[in-house]
Design a binder for this molecule. Structure first.
Ligand SMILES: [Zn+2]
Length: 256
């Protein structure tokens, strides 16, 4: 059994300036926390999520590592909302499902799922500049990502290229039933819903809570530190791309 108490201690220990720790709710007897990093409440918000699937601990580790390292100069461009571990029961028991036996990620329409209720409250009437969701894949030989985007150029390719410096990519032409190009999937949402149900990442994008949602999938067979490095490299590349897009000089270049 994994010790969720250590996760809570690491969150409580953050205690940095610009950091606010919030209790988002309870699930299966565990407290679920969110951490807000903000220097300027008028800036757009990036939402980073980990631990939706309890048997994918690299995402929890990566979210904690991101918080512990701190976003530094990124706070001049964005605020961050981080949920390091959405499903503490799954994390504690190393299982994909919550205490009710529900796959939280694909249960958005199911009533009485506490993790879904937490997400619904958390996103209510908000719009996120980007959402980065950390996952793992037990069967994948390498890293890959799903990117959903609108009204922007996709950045999946440069993000995967950046990750390839720390973790090999899954180069299969079809991954999880979706066409893939060197580790990058721009998924057919219809297909996702048909195969898995109305998932949290689908709803967040389709209902307009964000115009850019990237799901990072690291291969569980590789060492934890490699998976964590891959998640962090992916997150860093996504944020860097959004900072580039917001810089006035790149806007004028694009206009010219
Ligand atoms: Zn997952």
């Amino acid at each position: 059994m994994r010790d969720y108490g250590i996760v809570i201690k690491r969150i409580e220990r953050l205690g940095l300036a610009d950091t606010e720790i919030r209790l988002l709710g309870q699930s299966g007897g565990y407290a679920v926390f969110g951490v807000r990093l903000s220097r300027d409440p008028s800036l757009p918000t990036v939402f980073v999520n980990g631990g939706t699937h309890g048997d994918e601990p690299a995402g929890v580790e990566a979210a904690l590592a991101f918080l512990e390292r701190g976003p530094g100069p990124w706070l001049d461009y964005f605020q961050f909302e981080v949920i390091p571990c959405l499903c503490p029961h799954g994390y504690s028991y190393d299982t994909r499902l919550n205490h009710q036996g529900v796959d939280v990620n694909w249960a958005f329409l199911q009533p009485n799922v506490p993790e879904v209720a937490i997400i619904r409250r958390f996103i209510d009437e908000r719009k996120f500049h980007a959402i980065v969701d950390f996952h793992e894949d037990w069967e994948s030989p390498g890293f890959y990502l799903y990117e959903q985007y609108r009204e922007m150029e996709p950045v999946g390719r440069p993000v995967a290229d950046r990750v390839s410096a720390v973790c090999r990519l899954n180069t299969e032409p079809v991954i999880e039933g979706q066409a893939a190009e060197n580790g990058v999937i721009h998924p057919s949402l219809e297909l996702e819903v048909r195969r898995k149900g109305e998932g949290i990442p689908i709803v967040l994008f389709r209902q307009g809570y964000t115009d850019h949602l990237v799901t990072l999938e690291t291969p569980s067979t590789l060492d934890l530190h490699v998976r964590v490095s891959a998640h962090l490299a992916g997150l860093e590349a996504i944020i860097a791309a959004h900072i580039d897009a917001r810089r006035p000089q790149s806007a004028s270049l694009a206009a010219g």
